[in-house]
Design a protein around this ligand. Sequence first.
Ligand code: PXP
Length: 240
Amino acid sequence: MSEIQLSVNLNKVALIRNSRGRNLPDLEKVAQDAVAFGADGITLHPRPDERHAKKADIYTLKHSLQVELNVEGYPSEEFLRMIEKVKPAQCTLVPDPPEALTSNAGWDTLKNKYLLLDIIQRIQSAGVRASIFVETNLDHIEAAREIGTDRIELYTEAYATEYANGNPDAVAPYARSAAFAHELGLGVNAGHDLNLDNLAHFAKEVPNLAEVSIGHALVCDALYYGLETTIKRYKECLAN
Ligand code: PXP
């Protein structure tokens, strides 16, 4: 079985940079160092107010990175135009409104089927792999396949919360959904609130995982362990 890829979300690094208005920390350098330390890919989620990743960061990283760039976001016309222009390796669609603090739900792919059909075709026509952020609802996953996405990303906040409450069995619906998606021919990513405590169990129990996208906890851990050790620890969680 191929290795689960770690895509490091650097939005929080951009947030620290923006708080002072200068280029410290330098996002491009942090991204390159993260890759040198073992990150398989980099994720950015530019929001319309550019409070963390800015549109310009997407262009910079696309041109300087040798690994996959995953760009997440709500598919506004402006966002889609940027995707068509930059052509990152992967575009992950999230349904959250522009003012949301962070992603807080997966797509209802049944209700939004026709909207997403057109958008996914547009993304794929640009040569970009498409992924749709979803919860574990099997009907939503089946609809995602009908929409024609290449991958789904499972929204893992509920698992993370339950795991922290002493309920590791909360991984079961994710394992079922990942197996179902794989049977349908979809690639499976996962993300949100994954951390050094809950990641190894998730990676062990959920089959067919292609990639996890991790930001907040990883950047917090880097304050204590440094970026290199932190990334190596996350990679160990995925390898076991
Ligand atoms: N996946 C998606 C779709 C997200 O919106 C986020 C947060 O930006 C993540 C993964 C990463 O979540 P976290 O920062 O909690 O690791």
